[in-house]
Structures are given as C-alpha cells and as structure tokens.
Design a protein around this ligand. Structure first.
Ligand code: F6R
Length: 259
C-alpha cells in the first residue's frame, strides 16, 4: 500500500483528482470503478473542472460500486441519480458506457448481470473507493466474505445511520444494497482509496495496519499490489507508522519528480 498523507482534505481530494485524470490521459479508454458518498462529491466537482480545462471522458467506461435496493435511477437518493447529477451529465462520457447496478427488480439478477458486464469489459483499470467508518468498501460490511462477488448485502445499522443525512426527514433509508463484491474489487488493476476527516481515522488504521480480516473488509487491500491510499492529516491521525509513510512518500515523490 502506498499511503499518501496530505495536510488537508482539499489537498487529498485534489491528489485523487490528479490520479484519476492521469489515468484517463494515459489510457483514454479506461474502465473506471466509481464510488459515491460525501467524500466523493468534491472529487467529481474537481473532475468536472478538469473536463472544462480539456480532460476527455469520451472513451471511458464506468462501473459504480453499489446501488440501494428498491430505488430506481430517478429516485433522488439513488446512486444512479447521484452519478448523473454530480458527474455524467457534466462531462463528455457516453451514458451508454456508465453502469450502476440496478436497484429495481430481483437483486440477485441485478447483481449477476452487473458482474457479467464487468467481466465483459475485462478488468477495471482503476477502482476508486471511499471508506466506511466501520471499514466497509462498497457496501461490503464487516463480516462480508473476502471472496464475495456482486450481490445483495444487508447494511449495518451504523451505515444506515451515516447515510440518513442524505435522505429527507422521515424518509426510510433502504436496508440493503447491491454491491460489487470484495473479490470483484480486488480484480481491479489498481485501486485508489480516498478517506478524509477524524471520523475515518480508526478505519484507516484498521485497513492499513490491522490484521487482514472480514471484520474490516478494507484490510483485504493489503493483499493488492497496486493500492494508493490518499488521506488527510485527520484521517491519518491514528496510524502507528505515520512518520514512516510521510518519509517514504517524500522519497517517492522526489524520485518521480526527477523522471
Ligand atoms: C459508496 C460506497 C461507500 C462509501 C463509504 C464512505 O458508493 O461505496 O463505501 O464510499 O460509505 O462514504 P462517505 O464518503 O459518505 O463517508
């Protein structure tokens, strides 16, 4: 894991935007795995700004990590709606190449269809991940099989509570979601995790320095050869080896600057 600690959330977001833009410039036909949630909102704002400055999305294909079961693409809290409003309609991507699991119909059929679509496009080139305060990635909650494929998962009470802020008062937050599986995520060629704020500090530590365990699904990323974890100082605050990561990053970025 390459752990990049930046002083502020704004700088961490900007670094994530840089990495996604670099991927698209290097491989315009990239297959990107995308995430939703609060952490990603400024990332998509940044990508829209880059698009206005010339970054093209026309060749890209995207697969989103998850969707709430029961919400159709026009529901304002659906992740299909989130992606359309926060990124897709602002850039030159072909909507026919933007895939979000369907929250309608039979969840098992939706999950299988999504998994087949990803397989049909080959591997994901870059998977963007947020991190749940409980260590989830996608909606693979603690206890998820580390070998799982896309399927319906029951959300933990913590996740339902954390996501309530996106729903209107009195509105029911869905209890299940169709989510890419952990094995599906692990097949991505490279992975970028973005986490910011104190609320994520314990999960960041468990992910990077804890045991590899289904209790913290993100910890499986320790087994992946191409993972960058971009975090701000608050999210890094519980890391035992923080000084080591800072020093390693200084050396690495000096080397990259010389190339
Ligand atoms: C969303 C997703 C989730 C979020 C995570 C963090 O597609 O897959 O894993 O990335 O719950 O959410 P925020 O950024 O709202 O804290």
């Amino acid at each position: 894991m390459r752990i990049v600690i930046l002083p502020t959330a704004g700088e961490a977001v900007e670094r994530a935007v840089d990495l996604i833009a670099a991927q698209l410039r290097a491989v315009p036909h990239s297959v990107l795995g995308l995430a939703t949630g609060g952490t990603m909102e400024p990332v998509y704002d940044g990508l829209i700004r880059r698009h206005r400055a010339g970054l093209e999305f026309a060749g890209a294909t995207t697969f989103n990590l998850d969707e709430y079961v029961g919400l159709g693409p026009d529901h304002p809290q659906s992740y299909a709606h989130y992606m359309r409003e926060r990124l897709f309609r602002h850039v030159d991507i072909d909507p026919a190449n933007c895939f979000v699991p369907s929250g309608l119909g039979d969840p098992a059929a939706s999950a299988d269809a999504f998994e087949a679509l990803i397989a049909g496009r080959g591997a994901l080139d870059l998977q963007l991940l947020g991190l749940g305060a409980n260590g989830h990635i996608g909606f693979n909650e603690p206890g998820s099989s580390l070998g799982s494929r896309t399927r319906e998962k029951l959300l933990s009470p913590d996740t339902i509570e954390a996501n309530r802020r996106f729903f209107a008062e009195g509105e029911t937050v869905p209890e299940t979601a169709v989510t890419m599986g952990i094995a599906t995520i692990r097949e991505a060629r490279s992975i970028l995790v973005l986490a910011t704020g104190h609320r994520k500090a314990a999960a960041v530590r468990a992910m990077a320095e804890g045991a590899v365990t289904a209790f913290c699904p993100a910890s499986i990323l320790q087994m992946h050869p191409q993972v960058q974890v971009v975090i701000d100082a608050e999210a890094a605050s519980e890391l035992a080896l923080k000084d080591h990561y800072l020093r390693a990053e200084e050396i690495q970025s000096a080397r990259e600057a010389r190339r």
